[in-house]
Design a protein around this ligand. Structure first.
Ligand SMILES: [Zn+2]
Length: 283
């Protein structure tokens, strides 16, 4: 009798053990896979999303190029090919801002665009949005001084759990940036997670918590979102809407911003283009 009881508890232990392992894998698998291989970006509208907007007629439409940046710096490690491929040197970025300014563009934020889509504010018909993903340290050291030099606005989409890492913005830098009045802080999930295909609870956590994080720790209102790797679907759009965001950007190429696609706004990759070659991208 005693022996049988002991057997039962062993079985219990191994069941609990298995459950703990499965739960750990579920929680950390996205992080592990993100870390080990570069996830390809989603650059086309998912079929299901295309289908769901087929019959909706846009009521409002703006021709606002949203420029997409990652690193802007002089890459020190010549062997870091991923970084180099995503990078634009600060001199070129300076020239791009100058080109846009000289061409008469107004620099607005994603929040400004959302207000215009909501008829709460008007925007200059010749507007542009500069967006920076992930919150790298060079945003403070290289981008921010150029924004201040030209007095132009930009949006930075930050991953809270990346803050204070050696390559990323510190909380103090972010505070200074947020208080400058030039930069809108947007959210980019808690862990830079590929959201498509994840359980709903995990998507909700990543989306809602990243908004709450900045609002409670930095006292700022966060209304703009960027999908990591540009990955989204109808269910994820719904979570982003319900969380109280007013817009979301993707990695899909395009220029028009419509009320219909405000939760999957398209963006332009400026690359190393400046002058006429940059303006040519908007035509
Ligand atoms: Zn990102």
């Amino acid at each position: 009798m005693k022996k049988q009881k002991r057997k039962y508890s062993n079985l219990h232990y191994s069941l609990i053990g298995t459950l703990v392992i499965l739960l750990t894998i579920w929680l950390f698998l996205p992080k592990i896979t993100n870390f080990n291989k570069p996830t390809p970006e989603l650059v086309e509208l998912p079929e299901s999303v295309k289908e769901s907007i087929k019959k909706i007629k846009p009521q409002k439409s703006f021709r606002v190029p949203i420029l997409m940046y990652h690193y802007v710096e002089y890459v020190k490690d010549e062997g870091d090919t991923i970084r180099k491929s995503l990078n634009i040197v600060p001199f070129i970025f300076d020239q791009q801002v100058k080109t846009l300014k000289d061409a008469g563009f107004s620099f607005i934020t994603a929040a400004d665009l959302a207000d215009a889509l909501d008829n709460k504010a008007s925007i200059d018909p010749k507007s542009v949005i500069l967006t920076f993903d992930d919150g790298y340290r060079d945003f403070y050291t290289d981008v921010f001084p150029i924004l201040k030099k030209y007095q132009v606005k930009a949006v930075v989409y930050i991953v809270p759990n990346f803050l204070d890492r050696s390559n990323n913005l510190t909380s103090w830098q972010l505070k200074e940036i947020a208080q400058s009045g030039l930069v809108e802080i947007g959210a980019h999930t808690m862990d830079h997670t590929y959201l498509s295909g994840l359980p709903l609870e995990r998507v909700e956590y990543e989306v809602k918590q990243s908004k709450k994080y900045f609002e409670s720790n930095f006292g700022i209102k966060v209304v703009s979102f960027a999908y990591p790797y540009g990955a989204f679907d109808n269910q994820i759009i719904d979570v982003v809407k319900r969380a109280g965001f007013k817009s979301a950007v993707t990695a899909i190429p395009g220029i028009f911003a419509l009320d219909v696609n405000r939760f999957f706004l398209y963006r332009v990759r400026p690359g190393g283009k400046a002058g006429e070659a940059l303006l040519e991208l908007f035509r």
